[in-house]
Ligand binder design. Sequence first.
Ligand SMILES: [Fe+2]
Ligand SMILES: [Fe+2]
Length: 394
Amino acid sequence: MSPPEPLKRGYDVDENAIRFSNYFHVLRELVHLSNGWLPLVPAFETKYALGDHIHDDARAVAKVRRRLYELRHPSDYPGAPGGELRGLLDRMAGTDDPAEYLAIAYGQAKPALARAIEVHLDTLDPVSDEPSERLLGQVLARQRRHVSELGPTTPDAAVAIEDIGALPIDLKAPPRELRILPPLDEPARDEFIEVTPDGDPFLTEALYVNDPDENHVPVEAEEQRHFFHALMDAELCAAELMARNSHEHPEMPWDFHVDMARQTWDEVRHARIHQILMPTELGCEWGDYPIGFSYFKSIYALDLLDRLALFNGTSEQKAMWRHSHRRKVLIERGQETVAKVFDYLLADEVPHVHNGVRWGTYLLDGDEGAYRARVRQLREGLDRTGAPAASSAG
Ligand SMILES: [Fe+2]
Ligand SMILES: [Fe+2]
């Protein structure tokens, strides 16, 4: 065995913590603003990628914060960003449309983050600072993937910051305030999607009732086409509601944002499943029928507690029953692929319902009984399909 290489030494613990603080600020701002803009991005493919990246970055924030806690024990306070970083974050927060936001987030912030992490990985001591090396390797790979998926072909070199990890952090300053975007009127869809006040007139109430004698599983080809098209839109609405729950409530604990990010990703993945299922199994595609936003608007108008109680605690909870019912009927009919989709939708729904319980209870000072009472109370105002007005709730 050859003698070991001498230790590289790398960064001081303080310098290291400052670098992680800078990453924390960039990643948190990215999660916050991407959540705000996701509903306003029209293209499905971009929405899908954003949902995935938000989920990656929300988990990265949790891990970076954890590393800060280890390095600055017992405090994980990331301080406030210094002037130069503030400039970048303010530029990113100050945009007025999603394309402009994406250009800065993916043309400046994410490339700068990746560059700083490369410097960090080149400099750190891989033995004494192995925990940082592991974490940064994962974050770097993800940032590179994000930029390759949504970034410009040539990053914005004109405003590039050499090494954002080395920027000063103000540990005595109060936490940075995050900008909350104006409330949504309605979400954006691909330009080829027709949006009407009532959505697709083909859809009947019987598709959405929970009564076992009355629920109608779509079995005919034509009704399945309309049904899955509406379901894809309902998944997008679900992703958009969760993204906005997170964006509009920066005061919530970080675990809430991670849970919302996971659900946002799940819902855009569900939309993608339907987008694939339509042309491959059903003979239609996204854009074939009109959609409507009345259900989205009825939930979005509520405060956070009631959104959780009605959407997660009621819609999603009742969708579980319908999914398992649909699955049984479709298996009997020999539509195995379509039936299998419901098996996974159902599995993913369990934690989504739990998000309602967990964070609704949190908002009611830990009183789960009070949350359940609120769910019961709100359910009394619903029609047989579980919607305040007839709409495609999944
Ligand atoms: Fe879903
Ligand atoms: Fe869901």
